[in-house]
Design a protein around this ligand. Structure first.
Ligand code: C5P
Length: 309
């Protein structure tokens, strides 16, 4: 039987606003997430023996029960009611790990989409998003991806129109550094708690302000996204490679805006298109290398995880 292949793209945050704390201990967020064409590849095929197994081309990554792919596979199988289903799964990793690019979440979302097809379960995107929300706050977005408003923990999605601008993204990351998401939110709470908003009506005002922001619907070059990330102010002072990345990106000719993505440490600059992002990357290649930073030029993607043709 032919294996099912799924592309699992990374995301960047065009807006990450921490509104306040929720009763469940998570943060109430108002975000705009955007898929980009830096992607992992997930592959799965049926096994006759009802076992679930995962391998990966990156030796440092755990393929055990803690991996979001394995968790997604078990959850989908449990909810399907067919306990005998099995799959041999393989991941080709391209998205840097612990980078604020939702690589792990996108892999988990790819497993839900790929296994749903492999096992012929027939679940729709919204059913897969509901399952994904049980596994991680960023994972529901990764199912349909593109450009979306993400509220609540990140799982309340509102799809936005496709960008009319072909914006290019220059992404940089120090491969020796990763940032723990719980740590970043914990630091945010410690430092900024006194600025947190309280109450559903105030949260809704902020959501409404973001929905009607002039730079959205759709994204375009004439008014590029202002880029806000509330975690940047917490993570950058404690992470030298983030400060270095931000200042190198800010100095690049032609960049429109610069910010950290998610809880970091990857940072990105927006450019009018892919070619200008790639020219800037080549122009600064020696500086990035001298600072130990890896770099990628990417385009925006109007979709999330997708079955490969
Ligand atoms: O949902 P996920 O497992 O990705 O979240 C990882 C951690 O990030 C949570 O355990 C929590 O500490 C923090 N977090 C948060 N508020 C959110 C999302 C994540 O505080 N909306």
């Amino acid at each position: 039987m032919t294996p099912v292949c799924v592309k699992a793209p990374a995301k960047i945050n065009l807006h990450l606003e921490v509104l306040g704390l929720r009763d469940d201990g998570f943060h109430e967020l108002a975000m705009v997430m955007q898929s980009i064409d830096l992607a992992d590849e997930f592959e799965c095929e049926n096994t006759a023996d009802g076992t679930l197994s995962l391998s990966c081309d990156q030796p440092g990554l755990s393929c055990g029960d803690d991996n979001l792919i394995m968790r997604a596979a078990r959850l989908l199988r449990d909810r399907s009611g067919f306990g005998e289903l099995g799959a041999r799964m393989h991941l080709r990793k391209r998205i840097p790990i612990g980078a604020g690019l939702a690589g792990g979440s996108s892999d988990g979302a790819a497993a839900l989409v790929g296994l749903n097809t492999l096992w012929g379960l027939g679940l729709g995107a919204s059913q897969l998003e509901t399952l994904a929300a049980d596994l991680g706050s960023d994972m529901p977005f990764c199912i349909s991806g593109g450009t979306q408003l993400c509220f609540g923990r990140g799982e309340r999605l509102e799809v936005l129109p496709e960008a009319t601008a072909p914006l290019g993204v220059l992404l940089v990351k120090d491969p020796s550094i990763s940032v723990s998401t719980p740590w970043a939110y914990g630091e945010c709470r410690r430092e900024r708690f006194h600025h947190y908003l309280e109450g559903e009506s105030v949260f809704e005002q902020r959501r409404e302000a973001l929905r009607s922001a002039a730079w959205l619907s759709p994204l375009r070059i004439e008014s590029p996204p202002p880029l806000r990330n509330d975690l940047q102010a917490v993570v950058a002072p404690q992470t030298p490679s983030v400060r270095t990345a931000l200042s190198l990106l800010e100095a690049l000719p032609g960049q429109l805006r610069v910010a950290m993505s998610g809880s970091g440490p990857s940072c990105f600059a927006l450019f009018p298109d892919f070619n200008t992002a790639e020219q800037a990357r080549l122009h600064a290649a020696a500086q990035f290398e001298a600072e130990g930073l890896q770099s990628w030029s990417c385009s925006l993607l109007p979709f999330g995880v997708k079955l490969a043709a």
